[in-house]
Design a protein around this ligand. Structure first.
Ligand code: HEM
Length: 383
């Protein structure tokens, strides 16, 4: 009988839990009871992130955990595809987020952060939720503007992302929240695409509608799914990375040194604050031998990014927090710009900022998929 590792949902234990798994691979059980393989070592995770013997396409799954059951209008996204199909769609989304576009992206992030900081209360002892007031709006406005997604949708988009990452198969209420979120997302993104078709703007989504209607380079489902993925992946991950980093700084005695050495210290802080413990689930398309185990065709494989980054064998090599290979994060550069415009800037503008609650009272979402705060209550100018 193969020993099972339980994958937990605790945000405070997450790094230590993954760091304790040495491998290279182990059988594990998700909180919902589904079976997966977890690959842990830096070398193994780095290699398998870019290995075509692991597919992201659910058609290769044979009964283990396979991710969300989404309607085709959301499911035909980059994180469910491989090979040429994936490359064709990635080519459409890539340019706006590439190094070549970094000047305009940097300017947009700086302008947005300035606006959002200016809207924070200036003084007084009012507790504010920096997740809702700073860490969500900056990436949501930057990516929303690029894509052409109106700001009045941001808060519901955030709620929908939360319903997805906190989905618990054992809870009826959580299942109902997920179904409602998926229904709303499907209708909202379909209607956004429709409005860009009728009334195109100078934004990415209008460009992709053109690619669909004139050049026929993607299907309607692929178009809606691309908009959905870019917006949700961007908002959710960047917001929780920023708020986890701010929480870490507000609870660390070394914050002044970390902030003073920002260009060199930010990487380690990001690795530890990364909300995403695992890369997207993958499925073996052939039997794979790893260490003493055989991963059978169709089995689900989770590559742990925390496990890879905490592996002593990493030996100074680059973090894998943004992935590697064909699915390397399309928004990595945007995320870096947002983090730099939000995290150290908070302490420049509000050097006396402190948590409004004890560290132990900070509440994290219950999730094995993404470790993010529910709120980040802060006093900006305590008496
Ligand atoms: C700090 C925040 C972020 C982290 C830690 C992060 C992490 C990741 C990781 C690990 C992957 C690869 C998944 C895999 O291979 O299994 C990925 C893919 C992706 N990310 Fe990010 N991400 C972040 C921010 C963003 C932002 C801001 C955007 C959008 C602007 C974005 C859009 C995407 C997209 C579209 C993909 C899929 C790429 C593909 O499949 O080709 N991410 N991200």
């Amino acid at each position: 009988m193969v020993e099972q590792t339980a994958i937990g949902t605790s945000a405070s234990a997450r790094w230590d839990e993954h760091a304790a798994w040495r491998g290279p691979v182990r059988r594990a059980e998700l909180p919902g009871g589904q079976q997966v393989w977890v690959v842990t070592g830096y070398d193994e995770v780095a290699a398998l992130l870019a290995d075509p013997r692991l597919s992201l396409d659910k058609k290769h799954a044979s009964g283990g955990y396979a991710g969300f059951a989404l309607p085709p209008a959301l499911d035909r996204n980059l994180l469910n595809m491989d090979g040429d199909e994936h490359g064709r769609i990635r080519k459409l989304a890539g340019p706006a987020f590439s190094r070549r576009s970094s000047g305009s992206l940097r300017a947009a992030v700086a302008r947005t952060a300035e606006e959002v900081f200016a809207a924070l209360p200036e003084s007084g002892s009012e507790t504010i939720d920096l997740l809702a007031e700073l860490c969500v709006p900056v990436p949501a406005m930057v990516i929303g503007e690029l894509l052409g997604i109106p700001a009045d949708l941001h808060s519901r988009l955030r709620d929908a992302a939360t319903a997805m990452v906190t989905f618990d198969a054992a809870s009826k209420a959580s299942g109902q929240r997920l179904v409602a979120a998926i229904g709303w997302l499907t209708a909202t993104f379909a209607s956004l695409v429709h409005s860009k078709r009728v009334n195109p703007g100078d934004d990415l989504l209008s460009g992709w509608v053109q690619a669909r209607d004139v050049e026929e380079t993607l299907t309607e489902d692929e178009l809606v799914s691309l908009a959905f993925l870019m917006m949700l992946a961007g908002l959710e991950n960047a917001a929780h990375m920023c708020s986890n980093m701010i929480a870490a700084l507000l609870t660390s005695d070394d914050a002044p040194e970390t902030l003073a050495a920002w260009p060199t210290s930010r990487g380690l802080l990001m690795e530890r604050a990364n909300p995403l413990p695992f890369a997207i689930r993958r499925f073996a398309v052939t039997d794979l031998i790893l260490g003493d185990h055989t991963i059978s065709t169709g089995d689900t494989v989770l590559l742990t990014l925390f496990g890879a980054d905490s592996d002593p064998a990493r030996n100074g090599r680059p973090s894998l927090m943004f992935g590697r290979g064909p699915h390397y994060c399309l928004g990595a550069q945007a995320a870096d710009l947002v983090i730099d415009a939000v995290v150290p800037q908070l302490f420049v503008r509000h050097p006396r900022a402190q948590l409004a609650v004890a560290e132990s009272a900070l509440e994290y979402r219950t999730s094995w998929r993404s470790h993010g705060l529910v709120t980040l209550p802060v006093l900006l100018t305590p008496h």
